[in-house]
Design a protein around this ligand. Structure first.
Ligand SMILES: Cc1cc2nc3c(=O)[nH]c(=O)nc-3n(C[C@H](O)[C@H](O)[C@H](O)COP(=O)(O)OP(=O)(O)OC[C@H]3O[C@@H](n4cnc5c(N)ncnc54)[C@H](O)[C@@H]3O)c2cc1C
Length: 352
């Protein structure tokens, strides 16, 4: 079988890469070892333009957010499946300093931060003592629904199969893998990229996260909420996602008793309505030391490339940077220097 591209991995990175290749009329095959709890399948899929305790704008959000929104809207129309919700985020302030800082930030830049006039609106649902502010726009993308719908659409173009590096035959202008001959191979392996023979030396900084899935009938589902944890409504009415942790040190990818117990105790203090924990998941994010993606072709292996390193923000980063990589491959467009793996040329020359 002859195709333009062989893609390894169908998380949100591989999904976006193949979508934009499809739009350019390029042919591809994806190898994806179907696993339950990969990063994309555990994620809340939130796009939040303002992050952290200091309410700082996310990197490149002015470009990333409208591009992601347009891409997900297009994919919804193409696939005839609903997976994106246009919401806002209500930030409950943990203390008076945080409330004052939010007010100051609004005077500096009110693009995404807004006062929330009805401060008591959420009293029937939550305990909060220092008021709240609004971040908008924000989005919640059900990545599990999107990934499954795209996989179904692709049919035989996706194989439920593990890629084995030893079986790859490489030339300057093509690769051969089993029965597949392709001009290029692009790795979208998420955290498994750390073990990739061509890209494993890139400065990954794997980061484990856990989430509880709760059923809470009657809980307001028109917003994403953030206090100590994020709480996001899922597509199914009455179901909510609660998370997460950011652990740089971990021994495995499994959910922990510690997270479940602490998060449940926290939720009992925060939410005024009864709830039931219906699921508990964990996954490892493909985060990077610089918190910037890894995209581009290997400087010493012209037929081998990567689209990875989406870290904690794959929902907003993957559409933009997968599109940019496709524009680079098909039309020679220059990559954003902070994301282009050529910045690690010396590191990458250590393996060949
Ligand atoms: C708890 C949690 C919450 C999160 N919440 C958010 C959020 O709200 N918003 C946000 O933007 N991001 C969030 N993230 C981060 C987000 O999940 C990641 O940025 C994103 O999913 C990374 O996608 P990916 O496609 O690069 O990797 P992955 O989702 O890991 O996909 C990689 C795929 O490649 C396959 N694969 C790997 N190696 C091979 C191989 N050798 N052969 C075949 N297949 C292979 C894997 O099976 C997998 O299907 C969260 C992450 C976690 C863990």
């Amino acid at each position: 079988m002859q195709v333009d591209y062989l893609i390894v991995g169908q998380g949100i990175s591989g999904t976006m890469l193949s979508w934009f290749l499809h739009k350019e009329g390029e042919s591809f095959v994806i190898l994806d070892e179907s696993k339950g709890d990969t990063s994309s399948k555990v994620a809340a899929g939130i796009i939040n333009p303002v992050t952290g305790r200091r309410f700082v704008r996310s990197w490149m959000i002015e470009e990333l957010l409208p591009f992601a929104r347009k891409t997900y809207d297009e994919l919804e129309t193409f696939l005839q499946v609903h997976f994106i919700r246009h919401l806002d985020m209500i930030r409950f302030f943990p203390n008076a300093e945080s409330r004052d800082l939010f007010a100051t930030r609004i005077t500096e830049d009110d693009t995404y931060l807004h006062p929330y006039p009805e401060q008591n609106d959420f009293n029937p649902f939550f305990n909060y003592h220092y008021g709240c502010g609004q971040v908008r726009p924000a989005f919640c993308v059900d990545l599990g629904v999107l990934l499954a719908a795209w996989r179904q659409q692709l049919g035989d173009a996706v194989r439920n199969q593990r890629f084995e590096p030893a079986a790859l035959q490489e030339a300057n202008d093509h690769i051969v893998y089993e029965d597949i001959t392709a001009q290029k191979i692009i790795f979208c392996e998420g955290v498994m990229g750390e073990a990739n023979p061509w890209f494993g030396l890139l400065p990954f900084s794997a980061n484990k996260g856990e989430a509880l899935f709760i059923e809470c009938p009657g809980l307001i589902d028109k917003h994403i909420f953030k206090q100590h944890h994020l709480l996001a409504p899922l597509m199914q009415p009455g179901l909510f996602w609660v998370g997460s942790t950011y652990q740089n040190r971990f021994t495995d990818a499994h959910p922990t008793e510690d997270f479940r117990v602490k998060t449940e105790a926290y939720l009992k203090e925060w939410i005024k309505l009864p709830f039931t924990v219906v699921n508990h998941k964990a996954a490892i994010r493909p985060a990077t030391v610089e918190r910037r993606p890894f995209i581009g072709m290997h400087p010493h292996h012209p037929a081998i490339g990567i689209c990875n390193g989406m870290g904690t923000k794959g929902t907003s980063l993957a559409p933009y940077f997968a599109h940019q990589l496709v524009q680079h491959l098909v039309h020679g467009v220059t990559l954003t220097p902070e994301a282009d793996i050529r910045r690690f040329e010396r590191i990458l020359s250590r393996r060949n």
